[in-house]
Design a protein around this ligand. Structure first.
Ligand code: GDP
Ligand code: MG
Length: 439
């Protein structure tokens, strides 16, 4: 998702103004990016419409920095779609707070039970009791016990031959006796939603009245995540969602769809298999992550202010062909004067920062105008074919520009050094150079 969105944004970079056609094209890219990321199509439609309306309404088309504005709108709308604010756990007025897990098999319920218990323990000094209510898979109880041992939290179990509703009731009773402040009920899942699973969960819910019914959803399941969420929510009326496996190669679409489709907040995200890998879900951070924001914004800023993308590309071509001449140098001087010192720019090229050749191209901004004057005194032929620069030409240029001959010589030498260096960089590390030039 991120890559596609970033590509869409990149196309806007370097444009001083964005036409309606540009906006439409960008919105199409964003729409495709979201669909590709398995975001529900209705959510996508609504999202794109909102962003487009806002972009038009906010006079973004005439704005100073239009692509930045669009990025900002997309970022804000992503945040809104995912719920705006972080939402905490519901709490019972009187202990214990009852948390019940639900979700398909393999979604990460048992793991999340442990992670959540540890979080409560660490952050609130809580004393949770875990209830082993998955009686179908023989290893399920054992798995929860292992988790309990890992985090040093007690587990209540009654084996596999007792009705899960009864286990939940007995477990709750035990927690009341022991004054546990939380009970977390680990339940069974199926590979698909079926009536029996739903009935069982409904019965447990009616028996113990959980304060929190968390739906655990595997973020990697893409489009199915939405259907799953809808199915569980319809029967159970869940109070929150935990999105697991966000650490994997997930496309992140689930985070966008689930809130929009169910209206239920994502409360936590699982970002790994370890017990500490559970985080409160922050919609704004997720939006930034989706956008790859930090990186992109700085790129946009740098580019849009000073640099014409096309020019940069042409330059990059010239360097590749080794046809960089004094006219290009003049252009570069203009760019550099707008952008900042040359050595700063050069440092952005990978491998360049510590290159000893850097010292030789170290240019004082104060000398820039002198350099330009020297180039202005060159004939067109001299500018495009720097190799013809013989002593008499140099003397004429010095006179024309009013600069000492030594300075003309030094400048031509620097130019040649710079050209050689650029060529070297371009051969040795074209991708680095291109990155810099295309910014
Ligand atoms: P359950 O069937 O819903 O109880 O699922 P489990 O808790 O047994 O988890 C199924 C698998 O997913 C296990 O291998 C977990 O280690 C793994 N898992 C759970 N949550 C996460 C997560 O946030 N990230 C990753 N990478 N793996 C997870
Ligand atoms: Mg389990």
């Amino acid at each position: 998702l991120t890559e596609r969105l970033q590509n869409a944004m990149r196309k806007l970079r370097g444009k001083g103004k964005i036409s309606e056609a540009d906006l439409r094209a960008t919105m199409r890219e964003i729409r495709l990016a979201l669909l590709e990321a398995d975001v529900n199509f209705q959510v996508v439609r609504q999202f794109v419409k909102t962003v487009e309306d806002r972009a038009k309404g906010s006079k973004v088309l005439e704005g100073l920095n239009p692509s930045q504005q669009i990025v900002k709108i997309v970022d804000e709308e992503l945040t809104k779609t995912m719920g705006e604010e972080a939402v905490g756990l519901n709490k019972a007025p009187k202990i214990p707070t009852i948390i019940m897990m639900s979700g398909l098999q393999g979604a990460g319920k048992t793991t999340t039970v442990g992670k959540l218990a540890l979080k409560l323990k660490n952050e609130q000094n809580a004393r949770p009791l875990l209830i082993a209510d998955d009686v179908y898979r023989p290893a399920a109880i054992e798995q929860l016990q292992t988790v309990g041992q890992q985090i040093d939290v007690p587990v209540f179990e009654m084996g596999t031959d007792v009705d899960p509703v009864e286990i939940a009731k007995q477990g709750l009773k035990k927690a009341q006796e022991d004054h546990n402040d939380y009970v977390i009920i680990d339940t069974a899942g199926r590979l698909q939603i079926d009536e029996k699973l739903m009935d069982e969960l409904k019965n447990i819910k009616e028996a113990v009245h959980p304060n929190e019914i968390l739906l655990v959803i595997d973020a990697m399941t893409g489009q199915n995540a939405v259907a799953t969420a809808e199915g569980f929510d319809k029967t159970l009326d869940v109070t929150g969602v935990v999105l697991t496996k966000l650490d994997g190669d997930t496309r992140g679409g689930a985070a966008l769809s689930i809130r929009a489709v169910t209206g239920k907040p994502i409360k936590f995200v699982g970002q790994g298999e370890k017990m500490t890998d559970l985080d409160v879900f922050h919609p704004d951070r997720m939006a930034s992550r989706i956008l790859g924001m930090g990186d992109m914004l700085s790129l946009i800023e740098k580019t849009q202010k000073e640099y014409d993308e096309k020019q940069a590309q042409e330059l990059s071509e010239k360097i590749k062909e080794n046809s960089f001449d004094f006219n290009d140098f003049l252009d570069q001087l203009d760019q550099i004067q707008k952008m900042g010192p040359l050595d700063e720019i050069m440092k952005m090229i990978p491998g360049m920062a510590n290159n000893p050749a850097m010292k030789n191209v170290n240019m004082d901004p104060k000398d820039m105008d002198h350099l330009k004057a020297i180039i202005y005194s060159m004939t067109e032929q001299e500018r495009t074919d720097p190799d013809i620069m013989n002593p008499s030409r140099r003397r004429r240029i010095a006179r024309g520009s009013g600069r000492p001959i030594q300075e003309v010589n030094r400048m031509i030498k620097q130019f040649n050094q710079m050209k050689t260096m650029m060529n070297k960089v371009s051969k040795g590390n074209m991708s680095g150079m291109e990155n810099m030039m295309n910014q």
